[in-house]
Design a protein around this ligand. Structure first.
Ligand code: ADP
Ligand code: MG
Length: 240
C-alpha cells in the first residue's frame, strides 16, 4: 500500500531523512521507532503530504505523492487520519463539534454528520462525553475523541505520532487496545511513530528503527525481539 524508495529530505544543510526505503502492506500496523530527532515525524509528514521530499519515491496505492496537484493532494489527505501526542482540539467547541469538524469542512449534511459522530463515539467509547468541552476530559478521553475525529472521513490509513507518549501506562494500554481493535474491525492501516519499544511490541507487526534519519533495522517485530540484532539491542539499551 505504501512504497517508499530511497526517500531523502533535507532542511537547508541538514539531511533529516537519508535513503529511507520501506514497504507497508494494507491492514498492517507498522511501527517507526527511534530516539527524539531521528526523523520519525518528518517521515510521517512526508507520507501525509504535509512535507515535500528532496529525492526518492513515495507511492501510496501506486500514486506518487509528489506529483499531486493541490486538489488531488486535498483528496489524498482526506484518506489519511492523524493523531498526535498532545491531542489538539478546538477548545471552544464541544467534543461533538470537534469530531464533526472535518465532515463540516467537506460539506456533509447535518443528519449524516450526526449519525457518523454517534457511531464514531460508540467505537471509541465516549458516547457520554459528546456535549462536553475537550478540556473537561481526561487525557485518555481526549485521545479517544481525537481518534474519532481522525476516523471521521473513513480513512484507509491512520498515522499516529507518539499518540500515547503523554499518557500513563494503564491509559496507554487502553488506547493501544483501541487502535488494535480499529485496525482489526475497520481494516485501517496504521503507522505508529513512537520512541517506546514497548508500544511497538504490544501492537505492531512490522517495525523500522530510525537513527539519524536512516533505517538501521527493519523487520518482523516478534523476530527482532527474538534475534535482537545489534542496532536493535543498542536502542533497547538506551531507552529511557
Ligand atoms: P523525531 O520525530 O524522530 O523526533 P523529527 O522528524 O521531528 O524527529 O526531526 C528530525 C530532525 O529534523 C531534527 O533534527 C529536527 O530538528 C529537524 N527538523 C524537523 N522539522 C524541521 C523544520 N521544519 N526545519 C528545520 N529542521 C527541522
Ligand atoms: Mg517526532
Amino acid at each position: 500500500m505504501i512504497e517508499i524508495t530511497n526517500l531523502q529530505k533535507t532542511f537547508g544543510e541538514l539531511e533529516v531523512l537519508k535513503n529511507i526505503s520501506l514497504n507497508i502492506m494494507d491492514h498492517e500496523i507498522y511501527g517507526l521507532v527511534g530516539k527524539s530527532g531521528a526523523g520519525k515525524s518528518t517521515l510521517l509528514r512526508c507520507i501525509n503530504g504535509l512535507e515535500t521530499y528532496s529525492a526518492g519515491k513515495l507511492l501510496v496505492n501506486g500514486i506518487e505523492i509528489k506529483g499531486l496537484n493541490k486538489k488531488e493532494l486535498r483528496l489524498y489527505r482526506k484518506n489519511i487520519g492523524m493523531i498526535f501526542q498532545d491531542f489538539p482540539m478546538l477548545s471552544r467547541k464541544t467534543v461533538y463539534e470537534n469530531i464533526a469538524y472535518p465532515m463540516k469542512c467537506w460539506k456533509y449534511g447535518k443528519d449524516d454528520i450526526e449519525k457518523r459522530v454517534k457511531e464514531l463515539a460508540g467505537i471509541v467509547g465516549i458516547t457520554d462525553k459528546l456535549e462536553q468541552k475537550p478540556d473537561t476530559l481526561s487525557g485518555g478521553q481526549k485521545q479517544r475523541a481525537a481518534i474519532a475525529r481522525a476516523l471521521s472521513m473513513n480513512p484507509e490509513i491512520l498515522l499516529s505520532d507518539e499518540a500515547t507518549s503523554a499518557l500513563d501506562p494503564v491509559t496507554t494500554k487502553s488506547i493501544l487496545d483501541l487502535l488494535k481493535d480499529i485496525n482489526e474491525k475497520l481494516g485501517i492501516t496504521i503507522i505508529m511513530v513512537t520512541h517506546q519499544m514497548e508500544v511497538v511490541r504490544s501492537v505492531c507487526q512490522k517495525v523500522s528503527l530510525l537513527e539519524n534519519g536512516k533505517i538501521v533495522e527493519s523487520g518482523d517485530v516478534q523476530e527482532l525481539f527474538l534475534k535482537q540484532p545489534e542496532a536493535f539491542r543498542r536502542f533497547l539499551g538506551n531507552e529511557e
